[in-house]
Design a protein around this ligand. Structure first.
Ligand code: UDX
Length: 425
């Protein structure tokens, strides 16, 4: 087993550190936030991730994980150094590498000889070289090991990945990193750094393209009178298409897809290729936010002023408390901006959020529905399916449901005289 330093304890870094400890390695996680480090030392997990609290607790009890302040306090004792720092989207769409460069410059001088530095954060193509430059250590190898973690299932995705990708120009370094995953049952592919970085972006961009395509098909279904549930079911039987990632919705969001798709379009442009398909994927997504908001506004009638809308769901997807680039927020900004009074409920969001200053957030879906003219479902939380719809009918003033995730049982709703408007059906 190895000693691994993990720099950055966000949802990628904390999951990576905890799971490597679970696999038997000795892990030292570093962050720049002293409060966060203190909380982590006590086993307090600042993010919603299924099973992460258990994996961290086990690792703490077994003495397999430590949390320290500052990257050098982790790196000076380790053989492998995972960079899991944020690479946010810059104003021009390109990825901001300042955190990555700062982390590399900080640990460079004190790295033990023959260390291997590993890029886990999603970084633009060619960043492995950038990190090597800031490390300024000829005896240290830099390897790309992109993450394919989905929020809400990050632990499961780390321990049971579809594949492990390692990008290295030095074969010995690649083999050393591959050995860290010896207890993981998944294909481990080794390629060059640029290809590994491109695999990450291309995978996310393809998934976003698939979603924009299915959202566009849902719009077509509305025009031709088809049922998108049956259309996507029929499509998914084709193994080349697959059943996964074919659910239409209010658009896609999160901390990765929007950032990575814009970054890849920008990377392509910087290298001389005008990736028009990706720009259209982003445009279809923006249009989906607008189309979903328009369904609500159309249901409110000619003037939204003073009308009441109940919104179920604020997070970008169920199973997480993450509001970053949430389609629900995009839709409700438009609805609230048109003058409607919006009351929202989300099981992971306890109170009002700065992104929606005019929107009241309550702690019960039926309270949100009180006197509402329209109900809109924006996040696919399973609990919404089990609300008492008789009570919903009593609470609401209107009888229109805009089901932005095609989540609810429309037969149950129609029996209570609700009109249900879905996405593509
Ligand atoms: C994504 C990638 O899946 C993951 O591999 C990568 O490492 C990080 O980015 P994540 O953003 O956490 O993961 O969530 P994901 O489950 O991919 O959902 C992204 C968005 O697509 C969400 O807004 C979700 O609601 C939406 N979505 C997903 C759909 O609208 N329909 C679907 O069928 C699936």
């Amino acid at each position: 087993m190895a000693t691994i330093a993990v720099i950055g304890t966000g949802y990628v870094g904390l999951t990576t550190g905890a799971c490597f400890a679970h696999l038997g390695h000795d892990v030292i996680c570093a962050d720049i936030d002293p409060d966060k480090i203190e909380r982590l030392k006590n086993g307090e997990i600042p993010i919603v991730e299924e099973g992460l609290d258990r994996v961290v607790a086990e690792a703490l009890a077994a003495g397999k994980i430590r949390f320290v302040l500052g990257a050098t306090n982790a790196s000076e004792h380790a053989e492998f150094h995972y960079l899991c720092v944020p690479t946010p989207q810059g104003a021009d769409g390109s990825a901001d590498l300042s955190y990555l460069e700062a982390a590399a410059a900080e640990i460079g001088p004190t790295l033990p000889k023959n260390s291997v530095v590993v890029n886990k954060s999603t970084v633009p193509v060619g960043s492995t070289e950038v990190v090597a430059k800031f490390l300024n250590r000829s005896d240290v190898k830099v390897v790309s090991n992109p993450e394919f973690l989905r929020e809400g299932t990050a632990v499961q995705d780390f321990l049971n990945p579809d594949r492990v990708v390692i990008g290295a120009s030095d074969q010995e370094a690649a083999i050393r990193v591959a050995a860290l995953y010896s207890r993981v049952r998944a294909p481990i592919m080794v390629t060059d750094p640029v290809s590994a970085e491109t695999i990450k972006y291309a995978s996310n961009a393809f998934l976003a393209t698939k979603l924009s395509f299915v959202n566009a098909i849902a719009t077509l279904c509305e025009h031709v009178g088809a049922d998108v549930n049956d259309v996507t079911l029929g499509m998914g039987y084709d193994k080349r298409i697959g059943k996964e990632f074919l659910k239409p919705g209010p658009g896609w969001g999160g901390s990765c897809f929007p950032k990575d798709v814009a970054a890849l379009a920008r990377i392509a442009e910087d290298f001389g290729y005008d990736f028009t398909l990706l720009r259209e994927v982003l445009a279809v997504n923006e249009a989906q936010f607008q189309r979903t908001a328009q369904k609500v506004l159309d249901a409110l009638g000619p003037d939204a002023q003073g009308k009441k809308v109940a919104a179920w769901g604020l997070t970008f997807k169920a199973g997480t408390d993450d509001l970053r680039e949430s389609p629900a927020i995009e839709v409700l900004q438009r609805v609230s901006g048109a003058g409607a009074q919006v009351v929202a409920y989300d099981p992971a969001i306890p109170s009002e959020i700065p992104q929606l200053p005019l929107v009241q957030v309550v702690s019960d879906p039926l309270v949100a529905a009180k006197d509402a003219d329209v109900l809109v479902v924006l996040t696919e939380w399973p609990e919404f399916k089990f609300v008492d719809f008789d009570q919903l009918a009593d609470q609401m003033a209107g009888r229109t449901v805009i089901d932005g995730r095609n989540l609810l049982d429309r037969a149950i709703l129609k029996r209570r005289n609700f009109e249900v408007i879905g996405i593509g059906r």
